[in-house]
Design a protein around this ligand. Sequence first.
Ligand code: ADP
Ligand code: 5GP
Length: 176
Amino acid sequence: MLFVITGPSGVGKGTLIRTLLERVPQLQLAVSATTRAPRPGEHDGVDYHFLSDVEFDRRVLAGDFLEHADYSGRRYGTLKSELDKRDVVLEIEVQGARQVAKEMPEAVRIFIAPPSEDELRVRLIGRGHETPEQIDARLAVAKAELAAQDEFSHVIVNDRLPDAADELERVVRAAL
Ligand code: ADP
Ligand code: 5GP
């Protein structure tokens, strides 16, 4: 089974997925590839496969990616080799989720939505990973992503974290 979890940056995807993986241990999170720099505490091969632009391009041409997309000036993609695992979770942005829908229509696609755009800004600022310019860029992308949520069969509003975590677990267990 393949689960695609998407939604704007800062909405809480990573937080919710951490809880989901604890509650449903058979799930495995795919490690994406990216050309962005590691954040403090991130490790190559664990959080991401950190690739140079040249290496990313080489692997695109080699047909190694299930999907890939540009996001906020950097490149991100799911390597097909990550799908060798069983019951895989992808945490990806919306363009990539659309590509997966085409390639693997049987995938369960879940959109995580914020209670409001203001709350999304608060969370992005509170996380403290990005500069104010990067936050503005991510919020601009978020507007387009929020407009796409109707494309997803499951939409979970991450307002109270425990409620959203319960709902995500319910959707996943129902599919399994
Ligand atoms: P994403 O992976 O979607 O970019 P994160 O999981 O990193 O988002 O969450 C962004 C920030 O919002 C983090 O600081 C996280 O602790 C916080 N957060 C996540 N869910 C909630 C929630 N339901 N209510 C308040 N803050 C939340
Ligand atoms: P971040 O830089 O915050 O780790 O991720 C930025 C965005 O890239 C997030 O929306 C995240 O879901 C998305 N992303 C992470 N990995 C992938 C991937 O493999 N493919 C695609 N399309 N998006 C990804």
